[in-house]
Design a protein around this ligand. Structure first.
Ligand code: FES
Length: 101
């Protein structure tokens, strides 16, 4: 199973392939362990960009970025290594940066 690490808190674990980054945060209890909640302002419908996270490594282990996600990230001034955690599914080891800011 793919291994995901959330930085800078260091929370890590394995999740089933195809799990979204946001689902992984839920499954590993990012909120309970690190006090960090990734906002899902549009209930994970690829409409708000509040769930944006930075990919530290493993970009190629995520699902391809859709046109809708790409437009939403660009419209919100996202960096080149940002993904929407509600849209990107995990297909290999990844390291994600989310510090709540
Ligand atoms: S929760 Fe709105 S785009 Fe991900």
């Amino acid at each position: 199973m793919p291994h995901i690490t959330f930085m800078p808190c260091g929370l890590a674990g394995e999740v089933a392939e195809g799990t979204t980054l946001l689902e992984a945060a839920d499954q590993l209890d990012l909120l309970g362990v690190a006090g960090l909640e990734i906002p899902d302002g549009c209930t994970r419908q690829c409409e708000c960009c509040t769930c944006k996270v930075r990919i530290v490594s493993g970009w190629d282990h995520l699902s391809a970025i859709s046109d809708d996600e790409n437009v939403l990230l660009a419209d919100n001034g996202a960096a080149d290594d940002d993904r929407l955690s509600c849209q990107a599914t995990i297909h290999g080891d990844v390291v994600v940066w989310f510090d709540g800011t």
